[in-house]
Ligand binder design. Structure first.
Ligand code: SF4
Length: 335
C-alpha cells in the first residue's frame, strides 16, 4: 500500500505554530510550490486559529528556493517557504524559514526491489530534499547485499549530502562510483545526473514502487534537434531571470559577447516568469535561456523560436564540441 503523493509530505504545522508564537509574528507568508498549493488553505486555517496571526498565501507560481518572493518578504514578519531546502549561495532575509516537506513514504521496499537491478559494485546515492533523510537507510539496505554506497557532498548551493536540484547535479559528481540509484519520482533529476556523469542511473520511485533505468537518448535527440534548428540563426534573445536565485547576468553578458565575436546579434531580455506568451513579441531566430535550466527542456516546443541552453548556444557558435552536450546547471563548478 503506497501513500499517495499528496498525503505524503510533512508540512510541520506544529513547528510553524511554535515559530510564530516564539517570534510574536502578526503577519506570515506562505510560499508553496504548485504541488502543495492545494494544502495552503487548510494549513493557513490551522495556523491562524492557533496563533491569531494573519496568513498571506502567495498565489504566483513558485518552482524552487531560487524564487523567494521579495514583495511577500516585505509585507510579512515571517515567510514560510515550502517544499525546498535553502540554497547555500543565497541568503535573502532572516525572515525566511524553509519547510522542506520531507517525504513520509517508506523507501525500504523499493530499494530492496532495486538491489538486484544494480550492476556495479560502488553505488552513488542521490535524491531530492524530500528523501535526503532516508539515504542512510537506503545505504544500509544496499550494503547488506555486499555493495558499497557513496553519498557525495555537492557544491555551496546544495544543503544536504546526496541532494540534487533540477539545476545542480554536483553531489553526483562528488564521489567516484560505478552507477547511481536515484530515490524519488520524475525523470528530470536522474536524467540530468545521467547526462552529467555519463553513467547508468536507476530510479527507485517510493510513491509508485517502480524501479526503472533512465534512458537519456530521447532527450539528447531533442536537444540535438534544437541545436540543429538554431545553426543558421542570426538574431538571439538572451533571457535573464530577475528571480534572486536564477539571475545569471554575468553569464548573459558573456554569451552576448560570444555572439558578437561570431558576428551575430544578441539582445538581453530581463524577466521574472518566463512564458511562451510573454516572449511572443520578441522576434528572434532563437532564445538562449540563462534563467531556470529546466525551462528549455521542460517547455520544449512551446516557444515560437528554439530555446537553447548556454552550453547549446556555445555548440551553435562552434565554441563547444557536440559530444560535450550536457544539461545546463547553476553551479560554482565549470560544466
Ligand atoms: S533554478 Fe530551477 S531547477 Fe534550480 S532551484 Fe530554481 S526552479 Fe529549481
Amino acid at each position: 500500500m503506497y501513500l499517495g503523493i499528496n498525503e505524503a509530505f510533512d508540512l510541520r504545522s506544529n513547528y510553524i505554530i511554535y515559530i510564530i508564537h516564539k517570534s510574536g509574528a502578526k503577519i506570515v507568508g506562505f510560499q508553496l510550490p504548485e504541488g502543495l498549493k492545494k494544502k495552503g488553505f487548510k494549513l493557513a486555517k490551522k495556523v491562524e486559529e492557533s496563533t491569531g496571526a494573519e496568513v498571506l498565501i502567495y498565489g504566483d507560481p513558485c518552482f524552487g528556493a531560487c524564487d523567494l518572493n521579495r514583495t511577500l518578504i516585505e509585507h510579512v514578519d515571517i515567510l514560510f517557504h515550502f517544499g525546498h531546502a535553502g540554497l547555500g549561495d543565497m541568503k535573502l532575509s532572516d525572515k525566511v524559514y524553509f519547510i522542506e516537506a520531507r517525504s513520509l513514504v517508506d523507501i525500504g521496499h523499493v530499494v530492496e526491489k532495486a538491489v538486484p537491478e544494480l550492476k556495479g559494485q560502488i553505488i552513488g546515492l542521490i535524491t531530492t530534499v524530500q528523501h535526503v533523510h532516508k539515504l542512510m537507510e537506503a545505504c544500509a539496505i544496499i550494503e547488506t547485499r555486499g555493495k558499497t554506497c557513496v553519498i557525495g557532498h555537492g557544491d555551496s548551493r546544495i544543503a544536504y549530502p546526496g541532494q540534487v536540484l533540477g539545476c545542480n547535479f554536483s553531489a553526483a559528481r562528488a564521489e567516484k562510483c560505478n552507477e547511481y540509484l536515484y530515490i524519488g519520482s520524475g525523470d528530470f533529476h536522474p536524467l540530468g545526473v545521467a547526462l552529467s556523469t555519463k553513467k547508468r542511473v536507476l530510479v527507485a520511485d517510493p510513491f509508485s514502487g517502480e524501479v526503472r533505468e533512465i534512458d537519456p537518448s530521447k532527450i539528447l535527440r531533442q536537444r540535438s534537434a534544437v541545436i540543429a534548428k538554431s545553426l543558421d540563426a542570426e538574431v538571439f534573445g538572451i533571457i535573464v531571470s530577475s528571480k534572486s536565485g536564477q539571475k545569471r547576468l554575468e553569464l548573459a553578458f558573456f554569451l552576448k559577447e560570444c555572439a558578437k565575436r561570431h558576428g551575430k546579434d544578441a539582445y538581453l531580455i530581463l524577466m521574472d516568469l518566463v512564458t511562451p506568451e510573454q516572449l511572443l513579441l520578441f522576434k528572434v531566430d532563437a532564445f538562449v535561456n540563462t534563467a531556470c535550466p529546466r525551462l528549455a527542456v521542460d517547455e520544449i516546443g512551446r516557444f515560437q523560436s528554439p530555446m537553447l541552453t548556454p552550453q547549446e548556444f556555445e555548440i551553435v557558435l562552434g565554441e563547444r564540441e557536440w559530444d560535450r552536450l550536457v544539461l545546463d546547471e547553476i553551479t560554482t563548478e565549470p560544466i
